[in-house]
Design a protein around this ligand. Structure first.
Ligand SMILES: [Cu+2]
Length: 240
């Protein structure tokens, strides 16, 4: 390959590479006037689906055979640990981010917290509270986002979260461990509280796509219209 051709090929590859990586700072903060609020409740009625967990090693730390609920229920048929967010929000309210890297702890062979939201561009601080080896492995669909061997109790390692989306966290050492991180690309998100309710505030008037994610259900989308200085109520039922 001659020099000119090689230079061209390199530039082309750079363009392809950067085009494929969403900019972490794409969200634009600004003043929001006449804002509205999205409120709602994620609920579930019916028999709670269970997942059988069969620890095959480290049972003195990890516990024995058990069934874990795939829907975390709170009070009044409310679903906790569901994430609600506005999809592809380009600009709006100021994004108040955590002062330090949020922690994902491995404790008694469970992830704590089991579900959390971390702004894109921040680090996750992966911690091992157990006296056994964990290998914390995060996937965005099939791509590895982080993969950290944690052989020692008290060990902590930070990893950057460069791409938005729902990361499924597994442990290569204990195949039954499961956790979730939603890497947010804008500040219009909420996690449901103990009664399944959520609030997303300071939303500019407009038409949006609201995404509701829950471990058992996955993601569901619904249209929502926010009017100036009004609260729109969005009830949502997790299907059986
Ligand atoms: Cu583990």
């Amino acid at each position: 390959m001659n020099k000119l051709l090689r230079g061209f090929a390199v530039s082309f590859l750079c363009v392809v590479f950067f085009a494929g990586v969403p900019a972490a700072d794409a969200y634009e903060e600004g003043a929001v006037s006449n804002s509205g609020t999205i409120k709602g409740k994620v609920s579930f009625h019916g028999e709670i689906p269970m997942r059988k967990v069969i620890p095959t090693k480290d049972t003195e730390v990890c516990g024995g055979i058990r069934e874990d609920p795939l829907i975390a229920m709170g009070s009044g048929n409310g679903v906790t640990d569901a994430i609600v967010y506005i999809k592809e929000m380009q600009k709006g309210k100021k994004w108040v981010k955590p002062a330090k890297s949020p922690v994902l702890d491995n404790k008694n062979c469970r992830f704590h917290p089991p579900v959390q939201v971390i702004p894109v561009g921040m680090n996750v601080a992966i911690h091992n509270s157990d006296p056994v080896l964990h290998n914390t492995h995060g996937f965005l669909i099939k791509s590895t986002m982080f993969n950290v061997a944690m052989p020692k109790q008290g060990m902590q390692v930070e990893r950057p979260l460069a791409r938005p989306g729902i990361i499924r966290v597994e442990c290569d050492s204990h195949g039954w461990m499961r956790g979730w991180i939603y890497v947010a690309d804008n500040p219009y998100y909420a996690m449901t509280g103990k009664d399944g309710t959520f609030t997303i505030s300071d939303v500019p008037p407009g038409n949006y796509t609201l995404v509701i994610w829950q471990e058992y259900m996955g993601s569901k989308e619904m249209p929502v219209t926010v009017k100036a200085r009004e609260t729109v109520n969005v009830p949502f039922e997790v299907p059986k």
